[in-house]
Design a protein around this ligand. Structure first.
Ligand SMILES: Cc1cc2nc3c(=O)[nH]c(=O)nc-3n(C[C@H](O)[C@H](O)[C@H](O)COP(=O)(O)O)c2cc1C
Length: 227
């Protein structure tokens, strides 16, 4: 698959087939993904890949936590000034609509949130972590380390697409990093930045028919020195 095709066909997948992905495929994806650039080649990312019974255990623990107060390692955004608020509302409305969930149906929305927290029942979850020593600096948070983790995450998503896999980059599960660390026996020094739900897409599920919108380039770009 060529790069443009991978970029254009990648989208967030929010329903998966249960079939596991061979470890070799996941290894191949990671081997290539780590060619991502990072600030000063610090390569701040570390991966925790979960499947099988361990994932089941993690999903149960996260289900019990879901909707409890989030305690993420990397703070969540809680304010969405315009135009970001409108884009977010539009996304939320459409993702619910695709599944026939009425915005006023609190129970169905709750269940959807739980689904999100447990990696949309994907057969695998990839957790991307950064060491506390490279995030909590003396007087600031190292956003560039997290930014670099984002670049490797993008590579994972594109490479997964080229293998016929679907992904959803997610912060919802990392709202409860203590639970993740406890179940996977990860030391407190490893901060949870992002989760990636990964597996074979369930194309029969209407949620996967959804294609998110983009602002056109001409509205967000200024050109200088061009005729
Ligand atoms: C940092 C980050 C966090 C995200 N967290 C979530 C999440 O918790 N739940 C979710 O359903 N999607 C999540 N997404 C997916 C975005 O909603 C999605 O990328 C966006 O709507 C654009 O749609 P597309 O990926 O289908 O192109 C996240 C994406 C990023 C980059």
């Amino acid at each position: 698959m060529d790069l443009v095709e991978a970029i254009l066909s990648r989208k967030s997948i929010r329903a998966f087939k249960p079939d596991p992905v061979p470890r070799k495929v996941l290894e191949e994806i990671l081997e290539t993904a780590i060619r991502a650039p990072s600030s000063a080649n610090t390569q701040p990312w570390e991966f925790f890949i979960v499947g099988g019974e361990k994932l089941q255990e993690l999903k149960e623990a996260l289900t019990n936590m879901a909707l409890g107060a989030p305690r993420p390692d990397v703070p969540f955004v809680t304010q969405f000034p315009e135009p970001y608020g409108a884009r977010r509302r539009n996304l939320g409305r459409k993702v619910l609509e695709m599944q026939g969930i009425d915005r006023k149906d609190k129970e169905k929305r709750r269940r959807w949130y739980v689904q999100m927290t447990k990696f949309f029942d994907a057969p695998h979850a990839i957790l991307i972590s950064i060491d506390r020593s490279f995030y909590h600096m003396n007087d600031f948070l190292n956003v560039w380390g997290v930014f670099s983790c984002g670049l490797v995450a993008m590579n994972v998503a594109l490479l997964a697409t080229s293998h016929g896999l679907g992904t959803c980059l997610e912060v919802a599960p990392v709202a409860y990093p203590d639970v993740i660390r406890q179940i996977l026996e990860i030391p407190d020094s490893k901060l949870m930045v992002l989760a990636i739900a990964i597996g074979y897409p369930d194309w029969d599920n209407p949620v996967n028919q959804f294609r998110s919108e983009r602002e056109p380039v001409n509205r967000i770009t200024q050109w200088y020195g061009f005729k």
